[in-house]
Design a protein. Structure first.
Lengths: 248, 248
């Protein structure tokens, strides 16, 4: 069996997220499985590097599928982009070793989250940024972010899913940059829990508004309770930028 | 009568351009006149600095209207942004001298035009850039653009409207910059004719594809015939960035 890896980009606005759902076919995974099954002439299941939630976008989602088809990778690229809706596109098609698994082999990910920090609406970012009208203090948010770097138990920063799975993750980089009224948060780490980035951003925003102090972060982290952390910000501000693998 | 000046931003995708039409109320001007008439309690006519065509966007369109209303400018800003559709916003409201006229007093304008230069679709720019799959030669396009600078008769670069009005305009700056696969053309000048920028870009693209030479530009200009110039590129790649006035 061949193993085909795709680099995918999408605007998530119209979709209920990556993961196929039984009650709705309005998911990115669902769109791909329908299309790939037609393309390959056999039923295809596609494995993503991770889920993205409703409204979340991707610049570089990675996914792979196994097939008996002997179609060339260039032809696959052309075929898929011809039939995909205009808010989903395949950027790259690669043949990978049969054992490659886009989720299990992922070594890290980079996400960005955008805040439109103004009381004047920006029509161009309305689907790609969350608006905060009150001025945010960049410096205290950066200070707060520094407490999040490294390996920690991020249990306070994930939406409750009872389970025994580890909530320890490592964050390697948090950048907070401002260009005009647009603030971009960039997160890089070995993996992120369900809702983790959106809760981290929500917490940092509360610091930036003066509602929490920067040095309250270690206490929130230590408590391991979701209710200690800040609000969950909307999915539309989030972009999965890149997935990292050891060899590619 | 008070004279109120607005700085307006919009995504033009859903609209049939700036100018009010009798057969359709799906224009930016039409949306504003309806809203302003309700806001001011009298019939309002709004004057734009110039028309933008269907699908064309604006970061800084300028428009003004006269009113007897004594509503404060801050309240107007808030009122308008509350009721405008999410793809139109007012950025600034200023009280201006009664004689100020947004079109007649405009001294210059800046526009940008975006090309997505790749065979891989970009879902994020699909409404803001025109796609050219073949690689474009930036250097020859820049060379061709240099012939357009200064004061010239741009009759070859406007869609035919018979009339005696002057087709002489002055272009002060043409920048062509590439960032990844995105090429941004920036035009600054004292005014632009109907379709002028979109025909200029279309002509420059044909140079960039090797279909015309850079030094063919003076001949096209000298001919004063629309059919000598290149294709009209789609409106969606165009943004009215800024309108310049002597005093503001």
């Amino acid at each position: 069996m061949r193993n085909i890896c795709l680099k995918i980009t999408y605007e998530g606005t119209r979709y209920q997220g990556w993961q196929r759902q039984e009650t709705s076919d309005n998911t990115i995974q669902g769109k791909f499985e329908g299309l790939l099954s037609r393309m390959c002439g056999e039923e295809i299941t596609i494995q993503g590097s991770g889920r993205t939630d409703a409204g979340v976008h991707a610049m570089g989602q990675i996914a792979n599928f196994h097939t008996h088809s002997d179609m060339g990778t260039e032809d696959m690229l052309f075929y898929m982009n011809q039939y995909l809706p205009e808010d989903i596109a395949v950027v790259e098609v690669m043949e990978v070793p049969e054992r490659f698994h886009s989720r299990l082999n992922a070594k890290g990910k980079r996400y960005s989250y955008r805040i439109w920090n103004s009381s004047i609406p920006n029509v161009f970012f309305r689907k790609f940024a969350h608006t905060v009208e009150e001025q945010l203090d960049l410096k205290t948010m950066q200070e707060a972010a520094s407490y999040l770097l490294g390996e920690h138990d991020f249990k306070s920063f994930t939406s409750t899913k009872k389970g025994k799975k580890s909530t320890v993750r490592r964050i390697d980089r948090i950048d907070i940059q401002k260009e005009g009224d647009l603030i971009t948060f960039t997160f890089e780490g070995n993996g992120f829990l369900y809702h983790m980035i959106r809760i981290l951003v929500g917490t940092l925003l509360e610091v930036g508004l003066g509602e929490r102090s920067a040095d309250s972060i270690p206490d929130i982290m230590g408590a391991k309770k979701r209710e200690m952390a800040g609000m969950l910000v909307p999915g539309k501000g989030l972009i999965l930028e890149e997935v990292y693998y050891e060899t590619k």
